[in-house]
Write a protein that binds this ligand. Structure first.
Ligand code: PEP
Ligand code: MG
Length: 805
């Protein structure tokens, strides 16, 4: 362990300062020797006493000397010359009291001479940050020794936004694996020298486009290291297009193709808020000894890193930004500082919070807006780790404004209070993901797949979003804000008009009555749907009754709930879909082997035919309700005629023939669409589940964000399958209950193909009816006809937009 010498004019001052430092060590012992005053009471410094103190303090790992002022520095310099045997000594230009404490704590934590010197010199940062004084970027080693054998080179930053998160992360990724020690200095601003292995420090260089940066390397492969970095700088740190930043004020996030995607119609304007931030109450006091706090910190960091890794794996082109977040979690500079805080007696949460906040505050002071926004990366990572450390689960305390998040679990989306959340913007997510479906069913405007940069937008920054168009504007200028406010007013007016007519039938301009139905998830949404003017319940997802419990609901319980839904609909038909779960949504009371591809596994009817008891009980309950109400039963994931006939056989066993029950199937499997004629004589209706049909037809998993632009239900290949169903359905009627039914463009194409029922989430009912009333069936048919010959979904959308203009 290194030793420390405290050189001061006053012995009592030095002794008290050392006492204070020892107090912070919590029993750890660091050799700190005082060389202060000429005697107990006389002020002055003595070079001989300092050199003896150095010899005494050195246990072989070197000595750090801290001095107060004036002659203390001169005496310390002289003392080095007076040393009788060789000692490794650093004279440290740190503030005396704060530096002594920081050096002692870092020495106790195993820091070497250079590391302890850096920590000591940095010791004012906390106070400076607190008092709002600019903090200079941290030099990483005591000048001379590192520079002696250094190889250096220079480059000019060519990246438009300077060394922001992505290029900085690329630089750090390179440096981390080099055997040499690499340091950077910003020659333009005079800041540096910082370690190239620390993302937070590299970001704090404030290196803007055009700034000249000096790279220095020492140790093995130093010359190669410099060459490699200069080469990387010439390649702009592999950044091909830095025009897609979302953090600049008034910046529009990119349009369709790569996201963002429209997910829930409506205009949202408000300040950004994030999950969990409000609940993160950090206490200073540790819950146990430093080892325990360190273990808690390590576990929390591991958990968050795993989480970020998972997000990153599906982040496609945006993966880089998550890599930067991972680097922050692995940043030794930050972690060491947190460890020292823990050693000094703080809780892991308090130490983590303080270190990350002061690093973020340092970035806040940079002049470049883009680079300042990187502080949000630090704060995002800070909050993620704090949330784990403080034991927060997924619960949300809803706050007013626009929720910005990486993604939402269905439980989180379901927990949002739509009266105060004005919008949702997700970095991840696809329009058919369950979080998007829930946003729609809650009537909250939402945009998904906005890209990771959205996570860098600071809390409280105003965001405007158009959930129908899929656009997001960060920090809109007054004109843009006025435009969005105008859109919001128009949207509200359109909704008011639609709601006023919601109980009227939806009839196209040329006379076709279209059933506008509701997708219902429970009794509450049934009530909401009826209020919203639903003509029927086109899809009751009965799985809500089976999930999140230890055993299956009894026949009586099922009957009671289905009856309650039927009563809400008061004479209007309800279509009860039999249990649609499987490997992707496992139930604790249904044993299922793990499957490599659960979406292609034992789900829907495949599962309930294996668990005939579940199917029998459910059909019995449905039969009882059908005795008193108009009820249809619908089987999900039907692929073979045999499955339908077997399911119908079970139905016939448990429901008396005199009970009027309509029977239909979901069309979610492409082969089923192609075999419509085979099924037609055995069903009363088909209901096309475009969510699954699209994922299976395009081989694009519905929850995989990287495939968002591929998985559009208006792909002509999907439309052909829908056309087959409509053409071969015979006397059976054809509904669509996937999310496409609520998309105004898709609705026109679907009606044109021959669909006569659109089943949508409850808040979408009035607007879907209003949309139908605007359409002309013959025009829809022409669009549909042409759409089948389009090359891709984008062309179909353009065609529909142009024709319907
Ligand atoms: C569908 O697949 O389109 C559908 C409506 O079913 P779910 O979204 O419940 O899988
Ligand atoms: Mg489905």
């Amino acid at each position: 362990m290194i030793g420390i010498v405290a050189v001061s004019h006053s012995r009592s001052l030095a002794t008290a300062a050392v006492g204070l430092a020892q107090e912070m060590l919590h029993g750890e012992s660091v050799r700190i020797v005082v060389a202060a005053g000429l005697d107990e009471h006389t002020l002055g410094t003595d070079a001989v006493a300092v050199s003896e103190a150095i010899a005494h303090a050195d246990s072989g790992d070197g000595v750090l000397v801290l001095m107060d002022l004036g002659s203390a520095v001169l005496s310390a310099e002289l003392a080095i010359d007076l040393l009788e045997s060789p000692h490794e000594v650093r004279l440290c230009a740190a503030p005396f009291v704060e530096g002594l404490i920081a050096a002692a704590v870092s020495a106790a934590g195993g820091a070497d001479l250079d590391e302890a010197a850096i920590e000591a010199r940095e010791a004012l940062a906390g106070k400076q940050t607190h008092l709002g004084v600019p903090v200079a970027a941290r030099p990483d080693a005591e000048g001379e020794s590192a520079e002696e054998s250094a190889v250096s080179g220079r480059f000019v930053v060519a990246n438009t936004h300077g060394l922001h998160a992505r290029p900085a992360a690329r630089l750090v990724a390179e440096v981390r694996w080099l055997p040499a020690s690499v340091y950077l200095r910003n020659l333009t601003t005079g800041t540096g020298r910082v370690s190239g292995k620390s993302l937070s420090r590299v970001a704090a260089l404030g290196a803007l486009c055009g700034h000249e940066i000096c790279v220095e390397a020492t140790g093995p492969g130093a010359a190669d290291a410099v060459d490699r970095l200069l080469e990387l700088a010439a390649q702009r740190f592999d950044e091909t297009d830095d025009s897609t930043d979302s953090s600049a004020a008034g910046h529009h996030l990119p349009e369709r193709g790569t996201g963002p995607y429209p997910a829930s119609d409506g205009i949202g304007i408000g300040p950004v808020w994030r999950l969990g931030h409000a609940e993160l109450v950090v206490t200073e006091a540790p819950s146990g000894p430093p080892e325990l706090e360190r273990a808690l910190l390590d576990n929390a960091i591991d958990d968050v890193a795993d989480d970020i890794e998972r997000t990153r794996a599906s982040a496609g082109a945006e993966a880089d930004i998550f890599r930067a977040h991972l680097f922050l979690l692995e940043d030794d500079d930050l972690i060491d500082a947190v460890h020292r805080g823990i050693l000094a007696g703080r809780s892991a949460a308090a130490a983590w919070n303080q270190v990350l906040e002061s690093a973020a505050a340092e970035l806040d002071r940079l002049t470049d807006e883009y680079q300042r926004a990187r502080a949000a990366d630090l704060r995002a990572v800070r909050d993620q780790v704090l949330a784990v450390l403080l034991g927060h689960g997924i619960d949300i305390v809803t706050r007013p404004g626009v929720l910005v998040s990486s993604d939402l679990t269905p439980a989180q989306a379901a927990g949002l209070d739509r009266d105060i959340v004005t919008g949702i913007v997700l970095a991840q997510g696809s329009p058919t993901s369950h979080s998007a479906i829930l946003a729609r069913s809650r009537g909250i405007p939402a945009v998904v797949g906005a890209g990771a940069d959205i996570l860098s937008v600071g809390e409280g920054t105003v965001i405007a979003l158009d959930g129908g168009a899929g656009t997001v504007v960060v920090d809109p200028d007054p004109a843009t804000l006025a435009e969005f406010t105008g859109l919001a007013d128009a949207h509200r007016q359109r909704r008011r008009d639609a709601e006023a007519n919601a109980s009227e039938p939806a009839v196209t301009r040329d006379g076709l009555t279209v059933q506008v139905a509701a997708n219902v998830g429970d009794v509450d949404t049934a009530a909401e749907s009826v209020q919203g003017g639903a003509d029927l319940a086109g899809l009751v997802r009965t799985e809500f009754l089976f999930l999140d419990r230890e055993s299956a609901p009894s026949i009586d319980e099922q009957e009671q709930v289905y009856r309650a839904i039927a009563e809400q609909f008061a004479g209007r038909r309800i279509v009860l879909r039999t249990l649609d779960v499987g490997g992707d949504k496992p139930l604790p009371y249904v044993a299922q082997p793990e499957e490599a591809n659960p979406f292609l596994g034992v789900r829907g009817i495949r599962l309930t035919l294996e668990r005939r008891d579940l199917l029998r009980d459910q059909l019995t309950a449905i039969g009882r309700v059908a005795a008193d109400h108009p009820v249809s039963v619908m089987f999900p994931m039907i692929t073979q005629l045999d499955e339908l006939l077997t399911a119908r056989g079970v139905l016939d066993e448990v429901v008396a023939p005199e009970i009027a029950l309509e029977v239909g199937i979901m069309v979610e499997v492409p082969a089923t669409a192609a075999k419509t004629a085979t099924f037609a004589e055995h069903v009363d209706f088909f209901s096309i589940g475009t969510n699954d049909l699209t994922q299976y037809a395009l081989a694009a998993e519905r929850g995989n964000d990287a495939l968002n632009s591929l998985a559009d239900p208006l792909d002509p290949g999907v439309l052909r399958l829908i056309a087959m169903v409509c053409e071969d359905a015979g006397s059976a009627h054809v509904a669509v209950c996937g999310e496409a039914a609520a998309d105004p463009t898709a609705a026109a194409v679907l009606l044109g193909l021959g669909v006569d029922e659109l089943s949508v989430s409850p808040p979408a009912i009035p607007l879907t009816k209003a949309r139908v009333r605007e359409l002309d069936l013959s025009q829809c048919r022409r669009i549909a006809d042409e759409a089948l010959r389009c090359a891709d979904a984008e062309e179909v959308r353009a065609l529909a937009a142009k024709t319907l203009e």
